[in-house]
Design a protein around this ligand. Structure first.
Ligand code: FES
Length: 291
């Protein structure tokens, strides 16, 4: 009897994965050919193909893995190894909206831990659990490189920045009742299956989606401009909006003169001394070392 991915290591062979209905398989094969054609070697298409099968069923099933193996000429063990390595591939049915609360260090101390605990109580599910209505799957996630907007909640990988316990509860309530919600930045929200199809490499054809995607938030741009030594607007979303750092400084002085602004700036917000600006501490070999 053929063993299948889920039976590997369990010592108990299982029935082969059921195939897709003919029309579904024909459609997926057409999409798969388009994806595979983008790569010099077909096996390089495995990651987007896993997104493709995830877009069909909402998670990566044994049928989906068998399909990937068939069209790429891989073994199911090879496909399973990849599908189980990356957390972006879900292995069991879950909600239309994957709500990920960042509980990595910065988000955790800024309120991410409290948000995650509150949402567990509010939704009545634990980590990885799905609400009875099939709308929301809650999970804690690692850093999503959006620490300047901590604490961050992701819904189907779209950003909801600077969350609080109350705003996060409102967010999941809206998702469950169908009230439209908009991410803080980036493309408009869509369901998990629709997101998976976009991640498989098919264009997001919703109006305005392309223009909205890929935009950096104001806090990130402020950091970039400060790193370049430019004046920048310092953003304090919890404090009524941005301040113009340049207006609070004497020419050539990186130190803010407005005490209220000084409270908001961290050591990361201002240009740091470098070997060029700090002659007392030059970089490179000293005269003695150079001899
Ligand atoms: S720690 Fe949460 S986005 Fe980086």
């Amino acid at each position: 009897m053929t063993t299948t991915p889920d039976s590997v290591g369990l010592g108990m062979p299982q029935l082969p994965a059921p195939d897709y209905p003919d029309d579904v398989r024909a459609r997926l094969e057409r999409d798969a050919r388009e994806i595979i054609a983008r790569y010099p070697g077909s096996r390089s298409a495995l990651l987007p193909l896993l997104h493709l099968v995830q877009s069909e069923e909402g998670h990566v099933t044994r049928t989906g893995m068998q399909f990937c193996a068939d069209v790429l000429g891989l073994t199911t063990a090879e496909v399973t190894a990849v599908a189980t390595f990356y957390t972006m591939y879900r292995r069991r049915p879950s909600g239309d909206y994957q709500v990920g609360v960042c509980t990595n260090t910065l988000c955790a101390v800024m309120g991410g831990d409290a948000i995650f605990e509150a949402l567990q109580d509010h939704l009545g599910v634990g980590n990885g659990g799905t609400t009875d209505d099939g709308k929301v799957t809650l999970e804690h996630i690692e850093c999503n490189a959006a620490c300047d907007f901590a604490p961050v909640v992701m819904v189907n990988w779209e950003f909801f920045d600077n969350q609080t316990v109350e705003s996060a509860k409102r967010l999941v309530d809206d998702l469950r009742t169908g009230v439209p919600v908009a991410p803080t930045r980036g493309a408009p929200l869509c369901t998990f299956k629709e997101t998976a199809r976009i991640l498989a490499g098919f264009p997001d054809e919703r109006e305005g989606a392309v223009e909205a995607s890929g935009s950096a938030g104001p806090a990130s741009l402020t950091g970039l401009r400060l790193a370049k030594g430019e004046a920048a607007r310092v953003v304090h979303p919890r404090d009524g909006g941005p301040h113009d750092a340049a207006q609070d400084r004497a020419p050539g002085d990186a130190t803010p003169h407005d005490p209220s602004l000084a409270e908001h700036l961290s050591s990361h917000d201002a240009p740091q001394d470098t070997s060029a600006s700090d002659p007392a501490n030059p970089a490179g070999p000293t005269a003695e070392e150079g001899e």
